[in-house]
Design a binder for this molecule. Sequence first.
Ligand code: HEC
Length: 364
Amino acid sequence: MNFLRLTLVFCFCASLLGCDEWAGWDIERPSDEARVILDATPFIQPQRVCVDPASVDAPADAELVDGQLCVWDMFSGAVPEGMRFSDVSSCEAPWTQGPPWFAKPARVYESPASLLDDEAWVAEATWVQEQVHAVGCGCCHASSSESGNTSGFDFDAPGVWTDTMTNAQLIMSGGYNDLHRLFGEVPVEDNHGFARSETLFPSTDPARLKAFFESEFERRGGTAEDIAESDAAFLALFGQVIEDRSECVAEFEGVDSDGVVYWNGDDSVRQILLMEVDADTPAFPPNLDRPEGTLWALYVDFEGTPIENGALRIGEVPDGTTQMVPENGPAPVLEDGVTYSIFAARDIMAGRVLNCTFTYSAGN
Ligand code: HEC
């Protein structure tokens, strides 16, 4: 299936009638059923899903593990080039890992239709579409994946699909601002050759993907203001991750002499980390949510009940939770007089309630 080509054929046939390839393109809002997953389901931890390669028509050269095609079922995961991510994933996990709201994709820029006669442009634009079809991002940004949720912009919009992106979004997509790395990445060797270190969208050829988005930005006369807008968007997302951590306000936040974790307010949390004092602030899974220097990490399973303020002692692993660090073995014992960092959030990368340093006092 190739949307651009189909569209071209359609336009050619319809040209006598006065073709408008955008007519009839209308993205529906997700169903109530989909809304439950998008809005009301906590972050589902990334899992490696393995299927029989024949059952999904995997390409002959796809990398297999013990005869199985294995894929990280998450927003930055990928299937082999040429396949669709939705061939292997229901999109349920990625849907819990990205912005849940519906922003109806619209044509925000009008490129000349003659661009579709430019074979070189069409080849690059089609290749970028195919890259996105192969990754978890397509679950929310590519209508032809038929996941039931296309939000923000649509890689499968008819004609010049980049018309659904703002200039700021074009430059973001090409990985212009390094802060995008805080979204984390599946190691390229476990991700069917798709890297997410250089560009926002994972790609088997990041330089080519970057060049496409940058040339789109230039073709449309993108400005320094657009770049500033994209930088501001990243800062809004990650400002809290890069800012310095301060001391816990003893009365309201920290870990008491019994090892009980407490914070300000009534929020309950799904992620708690005890870290060395100078560890980085957690960012996105799978590689940045438990930074180096994490001593203990407890995650509430997506079906489990979140932890209430003051209800958990460091080292406890209640039903419906998983101790992620250490993966095996007991939690570390808090040492009197040692300064640690403590972090807690309502969900993975959402609603941080605690990120400060405290000096443990065993009391007496
Ligand atoms: C759960 C669905 C979902 C997934 C998965 C998802 N996104 Fe999005 N994305 C959204 C929504 C919703 C928006 C916000 C649209 C709006 O409000 O304009 C958005 C916005 C964006 C923006 C524009 C941000 C801005 O400030 O304008 C970019 C770029 C983007 N996503 C890239 C990606 C990439 C890259 C991936 C995969 C690594 C991805 N998205 C995965 C739903 C998703």
